[in-house]
Design a protein around this ligand. Structure first.
Ligand code: FMN
Length: 407
């Protein structure tokens, strides 16, 4: 191992936890749970590989707080202690060798596909627009009491994660899910204390954080994944995002992971321009607040990662898709065996089909590779979209082809 590399330096978080290096495996929904939405031996095997691969913080795919509100088939749900044994096995495997394992905690709000929710809930009854909007039913507005109930659910899921041996949690505040919906003025038109001013739109997130902190204690890491903006007309702006970063830093959050509008949004994909899209924003945040920042979306090369850390643009390097192809990138980099990887755009060979199923093609390919890693099989490196699409239909039926994310 080369101790001079920036990526190899440990990092101490505000809560006191020491992270062994600067690699953060960003959340990827594994879609591996069965109908009971419980973690199983596939999760155990996959996370063992990631922990043994050298990553400092391994963040799980989003875990849902409510069985009645799923983002997609195969989500893990943690709303009570029924899966404690399975969660313990998962936590033990995912922390091997000193890796941190953080559970990403989420509620989809209106971004729960019509195949899963007849009537999803949201801050306001604003339907999802855009080309994938038809895949989601119009939501109903949450009552004030229901909002407070969901705050409690986030904290309860976090408490169970802590008891099971997870070493941290991450609130999913990005990618158009419920926390993001509250933050965005385009989605949140409420008149109560959770809507209106930037301060009110932030209240749901702050109450979740405060309640988690209360039940988890001062020494347990809590992170947040946040969009730099959601790139929607009248939506969540960089200015809004900056206010959230400042408020959360003041409250003592351990790590803020900056991400984009949506991972199928070209704005966040590195294939197009070969650079990490959110680095400029993160660099500005790093200069105004003292909170560790991770940037995710587009990191591929060792050089790019080293340069971003050396220039002080970010404290951690978030990586998702490449780690579903090569689970030990951190070790390979630290041992001088890795330079870069290309994440190719997959194609069916028919542009109109690619457009129609674009969002699903990317997801299904990486889900397929995660499952293969969990099963001890080699990943399939190819650009043919048919193989992963058929894999998904075989596993989840034809409904798997309808979009699960909104843009
Ligand atoms: C299959 C798949 C599932 C994902 N699931 C999640 C998720 O559950 N939570 C989340 O915050 N981001 C999720 N993401 C987004 C990634 O965490 C990341 O932000 C995005 O892929 C960009 O990083 P990359 O260029 O390193 O892949 C997912 C991405 C993929 C490809």
């Amino acid at each position: 191992m080369n101790p001079l590399l920036k990526v190899a330096q440990p990092l101490t978080l505000p809560s006191g936890a020491v992270i062994r290096n600067r690699f953060l495996k960003s959340a990827m929904s594994e879609a591996m749970a069965d109908r009971s939405n419980s973690p199983n031996r596939l999760h155990v095997e996959l996370y063992r590989k990631w922990a043994e691969g050298g990553t400092g913080i391994v963040v799980t795919g989003n875990v849902m707080v409510d069985r009645g509100a799923l983002g997609e088939p195969g989500n893990v749900v943690v709303e009570d202690r029924r899966d404690m044994d399975g969660l313990k096995r998962w936590a033990q495997a995912g922390t091997r060798g000193g890796a941190h394992l953080w559970m990403q905690i989420n509620h989809p709000g209106k971004q729960s596909p019509r195949t899963m929710s007849k009537q999803p809930v949201a801050p306001s009854a604003v339907p999802i627009g855009g080309s994938y909007g038809r895949a989601f039913n119009t939501p109903r507005e949450l009552t004030n009491a229901e909002v407070k109930g969901i705050v409690k659910r986030f904290a309860e899921t976090a408490r169970i994660a802590q008891e099971a041996g997870f070493t941290g949690v991450q609130i999913h505040g990005a990618h158009g899910y419920l926390v993001n919906q509250f933050l965005s003025p385009a989605d949140n038109r409420r008149n109560d204390e959770y809507g209106g001013s930037a301060e009110n739109r932030m209240r749901f997130l702050i109450e979740i954080y405060d309640e988690m902190r209360r039940v988890l204690g001062a020494g347990f890491p809590i992170g947040l994944k946040l969009n730099s903006a959601d790139f929607k007309e009248g939506g969540f702006t960089e200015q809004d995002s900056e206010e959230v970063v400042k408020a959360m830093a003041e409250r003592g959050i351990d790590l803020i992971e900056i991400s984009g509008g949506n991972y199928e949004n070209p704005k966040m994909s590195a294939e197009d321009d070969g650079e990490v899209f959110f680095l400029k924003y993160a660099e500005r945040m790093a200069s105004i607040v003292h909170v560790p920042i991770a940037v995710t979306g587009g990191f591929r090369s060792k050089l790019g990662m080293e340069e971003a850390l050396a220039a002080g643009k970010t404290s951690m390097i978030g990586i998702a898709r490449p780690l579903a192809l090569i689970p030990d990138i951190p070790n390979q980099i630290m041992e001088g065996r890795y330079e870069t990887v290309t994440t190719q755009r997959l194609t069916t060979g028919f542009p109109s089909l690619d457009r129609q199923f674009g969002a699903m093609i990317g997801l299904s390919y990486y889900e397929q590779q995660m499952r293969r890693i969990a099963q001890g099989k080699a990943v399939k490196l190819h650009r043919n979209a048919w193989d992963p699409l058929l894999h998904m239909v075989r596993r989840q039926g034809i409904a798997a082809l309808s979009p699960r994310r909104s843009n």
